[in-house]
Design a protein around this ligand. Structure first.
Ligand code: GCB
Length: 657
């Protein structure tokens, strides 16, 4: 395996990439959609793959595997995209691989795209974990550091200069984590020759999910006219029955493009329009975007069509769904459209059998159905940004999101340095740029359980939170803490306190009778010190499905239920005061690295990894519907499209389709 030389080389490569992204972002990152002026060609599917198993993991670069078809460089295997590569084969070396892997696919680009010089052709990767380099026909077109977010390159020039409409796409992806990556990690070389062979190393991390790697989201080719809409930013508010949508459109490729913006209601009626790249649209008799279970007509989306016509008469058209809503935080409440919103929801992971973190529509739709079935109105994208398609679903279904960046496992003091901070700031820029227009996103979370008592954490979080606020002043900012309330140095800067605790699990295992006392103390301490509203951002217990005991014992379904019940008793007191939400850990069981505290992954799901309910799911379902009945609309008059779940009076649950 590798050596310290390999480690240094990997770190040099990563640092070089980090520095290049530390500059402020120039361009937009609109989700590729079709329109009269734009085409999209999905080139996901079956790719070929080769892991660079050379000791230094550098053979691919030395031998320039991108220069010729990958199959000519050595043995290749089939690899689906999107998917993590780890669980696709029977080979433990592929599952646990650390270093560079190579993907390749030959695609045809429509001839008219190439011939029409006014067409701009873009190659976009929805996300790849962690560090990626892209070539087209052997020419490097871009590189990107960080998983979970998209990156793209204008490949029109390369295609026109190389072999025309045949296009060989090569993507090299490296999953190595360093002290400066997000999440951070370290490579540890084992030097005791009596126990480890020469060059043996492991990747250490401080987070509790499997470090799945590969091309995780779709790879697309899309076109725009040369003069094109590069970015759109909308912010919304309302006064009485008038909705206000302020917009800012940036156009590239033309300095004098004429911009026209039209807002249409769901029935297609134009409700407002304006000329110019900035402005405010006024919508009378506005239909606000309301969360699921908070209104009889939730998730109302307008459609904003932007047209940019360049000097040559070509028009680019982009349509953006727009939800009109406001978000505010007081010392005891979270307000959506000036009404108190209580988060009764889940924490999730992008995680499933076989495909790992690969995007998968059936899984996404199933998960939304399950969330609606259980009466969840919200989720946190623990512990990294999820696919844009998931945010679009949340917009359409009224599910509220706390959008988290992969600042998870920041436990080493060296990860609070300037290089780490610069990367973290850039990551927030990329995240806000991608997700700023989603009405479902109501708060940014910049990290999960960092070592926020460490001396540098105060400066680090002050900068990080204020930078995030400067990028988007319309949403509150938080991070999730598990630190002691008296020693947490970042909490002064957040808008909402989000606390994780595992009473009777990691503390006082087996003693559920202590939960009430300890949880009350937790809440009173935090509120007493900060007078900010609090979300219980994680709580839970592992339950191996089918394992039972009465009286309850740890790891049984009964124990998980008992823990939840004890937490709920306190939530019901404190939500009358300043507790504004509860998010169960976790929605579903998920894979972790192997350890003596994990039995083939984390079993704190209320659903199994295959999405079957454990006893805890039914308990939460009853609770969430009861809370919705108390705080939201009368569920017996709810109607929201095809998947309609209702809960009758007296918390008597029933389901209609
Ligand atoms: C936590 C972490 C989460 C873990 C969870 C657990 O505090 O935020 O990533 O999976 O605890 O189950 O240990």
């Amino acid at each position: 395996m590798g050596s310290s030389g390999a480690e240094r080389a990997a770190e040099r490569l990563l640092l070089a990439a980090l520095c290049s992204v530390c500059q402020a972002l120039q361009d937009g990152m609109l989700f590729p959609t079709e329109s009269p002026s734009r085409e999209v060609k999905d080139v996901s599917g079956l790719w070929i793959f080769r892991a660079d198993e050379s000791p230094e993991r550098s053979r691919g670069f030395e031998q320039q595997w991108y220069k010729s078809p990958l199959a000519e460089t050595g043995p290749v295997i089939d690899m689906p995209v999107p998917s993590s590569y780890n669980d696709i084969t029977q080979d433990a070396q592929i599952r646990d691989f650390i270093g560079w892997v190579w993907y390749e696919k030959d695609v045809w680009v429509p001839a008219r795209w190439i011939q029409d010089r006014g067409t701009r052709i873009v190659l976009r990767v929805g996300s790849a974990h962690y560090y990626s380099v892209l070539w087209v026909n052997g020419v490097k077109v871009t590189e990107h550091v960080g998983g979970h977010l998209p990156f793209e390159a204008d490949i029109s020039g390369v295609l026109r200069q190389t072999s025309g409409n045949q296009c060989r796409i090569t993507i090299a992806v490296n999953n190595t984590l360093t002290l400066e990556t997000l999440p951070p990690g370290t490579i540890q070389y084992m030097t005791d020759r009596s126990r480890y062979p020469a060059g043996y190393f492991v990747q250490n991390t401080n987070f509790d999910f499997f470090n799945y790697a590969g091309i995780h989201r779709p790879v697309l080719l899309y076109t725009t006219p040369k003069a094109h809409i590069d970015d759109i930013t909308v912010e919304t508010t309302f006064s009485d029955n008038i909705g206000l949508v302020s917009f800012n459109v940036s156009v590239l490729g033309s300095s004098k493009a004429a911009v026209k913006v039209t807002l249409s209601a769901q029935d297609g009626r134009c409700v407002a329009s304006a000329d110019g790249s900035r402005g405010v649209l006024k919508v009378t008799d506005v239909n606000l975007w309301w969360p699921y279970l908070m209104h009889e007509n939730p998730a109302y989306l307008y459609s904003m069509e932007v047209q940019a016509t360049a000097e040559d008469g070509q028009t680019d058209v982009y349509t953006l769904p727009v939800g009109i809503r406001t978000v505010k935080v007081t010392s005891t409440q979270f307000l959506i459209n000036n009404k108190p919103f209580y988060f009764h929801g889940v924490n999730k992971h992008e995680d499933a059998d076989i495909r790992g973190k690969g995007f998968d529509w059936p899984l996404v739709v199933k998960d939304f159905n399950l969330m609606k079935w259980m009466g969840a109105n919200s989720f946190r994208t623990s512990h990294y940004p999820y696919a844009e398609e998931i945010l679009q679903m949340a917009d359409r279904h009224g599910i509220v999101i706390i959008d988290e960046c992969p600042g998870v496992g920041i436990k080493d003091i060296r990860s609070f340095g300037n290089v780490s901070l610069a990367h973290h700031l850039t990551f927030m820029e990329e995240l806000v740029r991608r997700d700023k227009n989603h009405p479902s996103v109501v708060m940014w979370s910049v990290a999960n359980e960092p070592a926020s008592e460490m001396p540098p954490a105060g400066f680090y979080f002050k900068e990080l939170v204020s930078h995030t606020r400067s990028l988007d002043s319309s949403r509150p900012v938080t991070y999730i803490t598990a630190s002691n309330y008296a020693r947490d140095l970042g909490a002064p800067y957040v808008d909402v306190i989000c606390v994780n605790s595992y009473f009777s699990w990691y503390q006082d295992p087996g003693h559920t009778e202590l939960i009430g006392l300890q949880l009350n103390t937790q809440f009173d301490n935090w509120y007493g010190k900060y007078q900010k509203p609090i979300i219980q951002s994680e709580y839970g217990a592992d339950a191996v499905p089918g394992l039972h005991s009465d009286p309850p014992m740890m790891f049984t379904e009964e124990y998980q239920k008992t823990v939840l019940q004890n937490y709920h008793n306190v939530f019901d007191q404190k939500r009358k005061e300043f507790v504004i939400g509860e998010l169960i850990w976790n929605f579903a069981d998920f894979m972790t690295s192997q350890s003596i505290i994990r039995v083939v992954g984390n079993k704190k799901g209320i659903f199994t990894r295959q999405r079957q309910p454990k006893a805890g799911a039914f308990l939460l379902r009853e609770r969430y519907w009861r809370i919705a009945n108390e705080t939201g609309v009368r569920m017996d008059c709810l109607s929201s499209g095809s998947a309609l779940y209702t809960c009758g009076r007296n918390t008597d649950l029933f389901l209609t389709l």
